[in-house]
Write a protein that binds this ligand. Structure first.
Ligand code: FNR
Length: 379
């Protein structure tokens, strides 16, 4: 903050916006229209997507004074890994399309290295996961698995993730088939099927074995093969098989019901990721924030990651005060990447963290443990 205001004395205007509305506007202006509909759009008439964001206006944190918050500690520990902040970057498939050079995954990985904010890298990376992981620096990375129908391919993805140094596997449960997304349907465009968006598959020996000719020789055949193996509608029993593939911590993404939290624990799952996919998959559901407290209660000592609707540092503070262990930034970093590449993403993350830190300073919460214990009231 001081840096920005002192530069301002000398007439230096900041390069990127500090509020989400301006960032979204700036991102929307530079993204090609069909990428914008993919990033901005959601399921149905997007009621759930809007409700996710609006839910943050329904709750407020009650401040505490004289609490020694002159210095703050924003660090957390997740599966024994120390992280400097409670933020992470949600998995965003084919995020490369938001970058000028299409290597958005690498640019995000570099932002993770610079900020200490981990990237949860999607199976739908546009760069091979080995390449992406090589840019993490000292920041741990997590791999998000879209479980293919081919079990050998699933096992291969997990093994590659482990070999590349990813520190946890996030299994997304709500996207074994693509939701009803009118904006994408209107453009007739599923970005995954554009060019080399499926690089992570196209560099996998198990996937390549399924093809008669390499994707370079016959891209269409490779895309059709991908459509065939894409989504596996998992059952609870399948978790035992997934559990047997790795010793890395396993998280389930898309859990919104306390009974599902308890069943996850019974199947040896290590962490819960409460999310409704930003309202992109099913419309008409509750905002994710509204189900968070029940999920947290059922989780007991299991960590609960949260996303869907976080736009700012104060949104993150509310999610933490409502029980989230770590908080996922989604769409905002896609716009930040479009506006300024790695630099833009670093700017956005630092801004969100600065806002969170200042809120803790002003509202009297020296640590995240104090913030987690804060009183939250419905507005
Ligand atoms: C996503 N999300 C997502 N989730 C996932 O598990 N794997 C993926 O590949 C993707 N891909 C993806 C693409 C785009 C363009 C968006 C916006 C989102 C969902 C993502 O991880 C997260 O749950 C939502 O982004 C949270 O909602 P908000 O806060 O971004 O609105």
């Amino acid at each position: 903050q001081n840096e920005i205001y002192s530069a301002g004395i000398n007439g230096i205007v900041p390069k990127y916006p500090f509020d989400y509305v301006s960032l979204e506007r700036a991102g929307s202006e530079v993204l090609p229209w069909w990428v914008l509909s993919y990033v901005a759009g959601g399921a149905g008439d997007e009621q759930t997507q809007r409700a996710n964001v609006a839910a943050f206006r329904k709750y407020g944190i009650v401040p505490r004074m004289l609490n020694g918050a002159y210095e703050r500690d924003l660090s957390i520990s997740l599966f024994g890994i120390d992280l400097p902040t409670p933020l992470f970057m949600c998995p965003i498939g084919v995020i490369g399309l938001c970058a000028l050079d299409f290597h958005g995954d690498v640019q995000i990985a570099k932002a993770a290295a610079l900020t200490g904010v981990p990237m949860v890298a999607s199976t739908l990376m546009m760069d091979p996961m080995e390449e992406v992981a090589s840019h993490f620096g000292d920041t741990p990375g997590f791999f998000q698995l879209y479980t293919p129908r081919d079990r050998d391919l699933a096992a291969s993805f997990v093994a590659r993730a482990e070999r590349s140094g990813f520190k946890a596997i996030v299994i997304t449960l709500d996207t074994w088939t693509t939701g009803w997304r009118p904006r994408d349907l209107n453009t007739g465009n599923l970005p995954e099927l554009r060019g080399y968006c499926l690089e992570n598959y196209f560099t996998d020996d198990i996937f390549l074995r399924r093809l008669d000719r390499s994707p370079k020789e016959d891209l269409n055949a490779a895309r059709l093969e991908w459509l065939k193996i894409w989504g596996n509608s998992l059952q609870w029993e399948d978790l035992d098989w997934l559990r047997s593939l790795t010793k890395l911590p396993l998280l389930l993404k898309g859990i919104c019901h306390p009974d599902d939290v308890r069943r996850a624990r019974d199947h040896g799952i290590d962490g819960i990721y409460c999310s409704n996919h930003g309202g992109r998959q099913a419309n008409g559901g509750l905002p994710a924030l509204d189900v968070l407290p029940e999920v947290v209660e059922a989780a007991g000592d299991m960590p609960v990651l949260f996303d869907s609707g976080i736009r700012s540092g104060s949104d993150a503070a509310k999610a933490i005060a409502m029980g989230a262990t770590a908080v996922g930034i989604g769409r905002p970093y896609a716009y930040a990447l479009a506006v300024g590449g790695t630099d833009g993403v670093v700017h956005y993350l630092r801004s969100a963290l600065a806002e969170l830190d200042l809120l803790m300073a002003i509202d009297g919460f020296p640590t995240l443990r104090d913030l987690a214990a804060a009183e939250v009231r419905a507005v």
